[in-house]
Design a protein around this ligand. Structure first.
Ligand SMILES: [Zn+2]
Length: 458
């Protein structure tokens, strides 16, 4: 956020045709060539898209069968071979793969060598439970390309500066360089107190930013604060990710910033699943990901019904994810065509990634990503839930991966206090399990306090 904006000199064309392609070459990412491919492929005919999916799917199954012991064994058990005529419809013959199964086989039996340097990504996403995946530069380049495509759907052009909220305060050098090139003003979603919200709005004004991206919870609080200040500057794009975008969040943000919100659904395991086009429909990144919605018996649900989301990433990468049960609930779309002209298939919005906001006596607000961002660094934490019944204190329920070591609860309390919960009395309780909500999903924050920021009408 301290670097000055370079965009008087670096325009879209230069970034797309020179700066990033050179970076891609140096880092082995292929981000820009992939983006250009996706920009064209989104308007392919449905049959052309299907053909590409099928070809990639066959390659994926072959690679997984030949190089990844975990899948090879599964395929052998279930009578699946990497045949020439295999199609995505054959997915229904394969078992669903849970995080627990992958976790148990990680890393030896679920990863492969891609010839590139690999690195581990630790994720808890919005699931509140730690999980590791292996990535390489190519996988991450594909992921970013799909995300850049969604940003373009939102009305952003490469090179236009934007403000982003997030939970990675210590960005890597490569990340900071990209931030700078992409015009990213990065602010912490750890601190959403009035004074920090003021600073965020000041930054938007000072740099004449027209794009605001981040977690729905933090953007909602920014919008409410802007309204209180009598904000009257329309933005060009608002993009959300990483959490449930409640209708009242969307309404408040769109009203304040006089632009539509483009909601995206990605998976912190390293790929994009879907994003809204300018007509509000969620198009699936079908060249990257196959999406299924299954009932409890493993059968596809109909449009309008809620199913468990099962993802297959078409690009194998160092850790193929095939029929991966991501832990989200969603619904297939009944729509077969969209006025935007893209032929990428569609899904309905998500359900059951429910969150709330914790308040602190000094006025900070802690969203679910505050807690996942802190707790994912504790390998002894399997899952958690935060409960607030009074303003002064919270209780953090922790399911430990092994009998909790002495000092763990003190370390957790210290980390939370250091990051923005200093004035909260924090009690940590170790439990065997977190009770599930009616949706079958964990709810990570349960607050019985009334929202401090007023006008939230559900
Ligand atoms: Zn569309």
């Amino acid at each position: 956020m301290t670097m000055s904006s370079p965009h008087q000199t670096l325009n879209t064309k230069l970034l797309r045709n020179l700066v990033f392609p050179v970076g891609d070459f140096l880092f082995g990412q292929k981000m820009i060539s992939r983006l250009k491919f996706l920009e064209a492929a989104q308007y392919w005919s449905p049959s052309q898209i299907e053909e590409q999916q099928t070809a990639d799917f066959r390659k994926l199954i072959r690679v997984a069968y030949e190089e990844v012991p975990f899948y090879r064994q599964l395929f052998l058990e279930w009578g699946i071979r990497p045949e020439k005529n295999l199609t995505p419809a054959d997915l229904l013959r394969m078992p669903v793969v849970t995080k627990d199964r992958l976790r148990a086989a990680y890393p030896q039996n679920v990863t492969r060598s891609t010839g590139q340097k690999t690195y581990e990504v630790s994720t808890s996403g919005s699931t509140g439970k730690n999980f590791h995946v292996m990535e390489d530069a190519l996988t991450s380049g594909y992921h970013r390309a799909a995300f850049l495509l969604a940003l373009e759907w939102a009305g952003w052009s490469m090179g236009e500066p934007q403000l982003q909220t997030g939970i990675t305060p210590n960005r890597s050098l490569d990340r900071r360089l990209k931030d700078w090139l992409l015009g990213c003003h990065y602010v912490s979603a750890y601190d959403l107190s009035d004074s920090h919200l003021d600073e965020i709005l000041n930054t938007i004004e000072k740099y004449h930013l027209k794009h605001l991206w981040g977690y729905p919870g933090s953007l909602y609080l920014i919008a409410q604060h802007a309204q209180k200040r009598g904000w009257n500057q329309p933005l060009h794009s608002v993009v959300t990710w990483g959490d449930m975008l409640y209708p009242h969040y969307r309404a408040a943000i769109e009203k304040t910033f006089q632009t539509r919100v483009t909601d995206t659904y990605g998976c912190s395991e390293g790929f994009q699943v879907s994003a809204q086009c300018e007509f509000g429909n969620y198009h699936i990144h079908a060249l990257d990901t196959l999406v299924e919605f299954l009932d409890e018996d493993g059968q596809p649900v109909s449009p309008g019904q809620v199913g468990s989301i099962i993802l297959t990433r078409l690009h194998p990468g160092p850790m193929p994810l095939i029929r991966y049960q991501v832990g989200d609930l969603g619904s297939p779309s009944a729509l077969t065509s969209c006025p935007c002209g893209r032929n990428l298939p569609m899904m309905s919005s998500l359900f059951g990634r429910n969150t709330d906001i914790i308040q602190t006596p000094s006025g900070n607000r802690l969203i679910v990503h505050f807690f996942t961002g802190v707790l994912e660094h504790f390998t002894d934490v399997e899952s958690f839930q935060v409960i607030q019944d009074e303003l002064e204190s919270i209780t953090v329920l922790i399911v430990p991966t092994q009998p909790a070591l002495p000092g763990l609860s003190q370390a957790i309390i210290k980390a939370l206090k250091d990051r923005g919960a200093a004035d909260l009395e924090i009690k940590v309780e170790f439990v065997d399990q977190i009770p599930l909500q009616k949706t079958g999903k964990n709810r990570f924050i349960i607050s019985s306090l009334k929202a401090s920021s007023g006008s939230s009408s559900q």
